[in-house]
Design a protein around this ligand. Structure first.
Ligand code: GLU
Length: 320
């Protein structure tokens, strides 16, 4: 995919002067320096077989321009990136009442930790760690008869294509998701989960098993770069205030217990998943997604993190 990034007199982003296609193509070349580092998420057996030697990246500007490089059209398991989309739907239904059940603080703990949840009486630290997303899945069961259909419909509305769910990943997660079951049961014991643990986890595992590629994810996340409205359309996904808050949560809580380091190195709101994808926004300008399956110990893709760091460094696009 090619295109020229249009100049805008109001812009302060120096990348306006560059072709974003050249920028992402250069990153795809330079990323070779870190390929081979990290390892794929083998705690979910169906993800262990993914070829680690893949890299893709895509950008969707608020002006409706697309840029892609490498394996940007190859689908992957979006995993925790789905948490941003389920949160979007849950906020639309529950409004600020949602924040009585889940906090908005970084956890500083691994994404699947149970420790804080016990200390904090079943109220997850934020909606982007596993416990928080499981809570959001419970909230979605109040909002929609079929929360997965609602999520797929949202994605279809934004991309024009209804994504598939990888049933092998769903089964694999169900067979091995002991910690997620423990979190759901703990929240249930504190009275913070309304629906059955089985029903809630079915939603959670299925949303994690949605398959999208970098191009689609950049397109999906563009509403968060565009004050809640899908670029090029009148479709308002969330209000500007809610888009701002979701971006704030992504920045502070979106990259596991390395959100501080990610803000330091990259400086963009982002959400990573153990499938190796990281979706990010440059508010007011563009959304982007980088993907490579091998992860660091914290669960963030090594090459996708580096790609976003290079993007921010070379484009000077950052929220700081
Ligand atoms: N389905 C994964 C899990 O529950 C999501 C983890 C992630 O991507 O952060 O462990």
């Amino acid at each position: 995919m090619t295109g020229t990034y249009p100049s805008r007199s109001t812009s302060r982003c120096p990348s306006d002067l560059l072709s974003l296609q050249e920028l992402v193509d250069g990153i795809a070349v330079d990323i070779a320096a870190v390929m081979g580092r990290g390892k794929v998420a083998d705690y979910i057996p169906a993800l262990a077989d993914v070829d680690a030697d893949q890299f893709g990246m895509a950008i969707h500007t608020v002006d409706g321009q697309f840029y892609g490089t490498g394996s940007s059209g190859v689908g992957f398991s979006i995993q925790s990136i789905s948490k941003v989309l389920s949160l979007t739907l849950a906020i639309e239904h529950h409004g600020d009442d949602l924040w009585n059940r889940v906090s908005v603080e970084p956890s500083g703990d691994p994404f699947n930790s149970l420790v804080q949840l016990e200390h904090e009486c079943g109220v997850p630290r934020n909606p982007l760690i596993n416990a928080g997303a499981i809570l959001v899945a419970d909230a979605l069961l109040d909002a929609h008869d079929d929360p997965i259909d609602a999520l797929l419909s949202l994605i279809e509305q934004l991309t024009g294509r209804r994504p598939s769910i990888d049933e092998e990943v769903v089964s694999s997660e169900k067979a091995t998701g002991f910690r997620n079951e423990a979190m759901a049961n703990l929240m249930k014991s504190f009275g913070n989960l309304k629906h059955s643990v089985a029903d809630v986890l079915d939603v959670y595992f299925r949303q994690c098993s949605i398959v999208l590629n970098c191009e689609e994810l950049a397109q999906v996340f563009a509403y968060l770069a565009n004050a809640g409205r899908q670029p090029g359309s009148e479709v308002v996904v969330v209000s500007p205030l809610r888009a701002r808050r979701i971006n704030a949560l992504m920045l502070t809580c979106g990259t596991y217990d390395r959100a501080g380091e990610f803000a330091f190195k990259v400086g963009l709101p982002a959400k990573s998943g153990v499938g190796g994808g990281i979706a990010a926004t440059v508010p007011g300008k563009l959304a982007l997604c980088a993907w490579s399956p091998a992860l660091s110990a914290s669960g963030n893709s090594v090459a996708a993190t580096e790609a976003l760091r290079l993007f921010a460094e070379r484009s000077l696009c950052s929220v700081f």
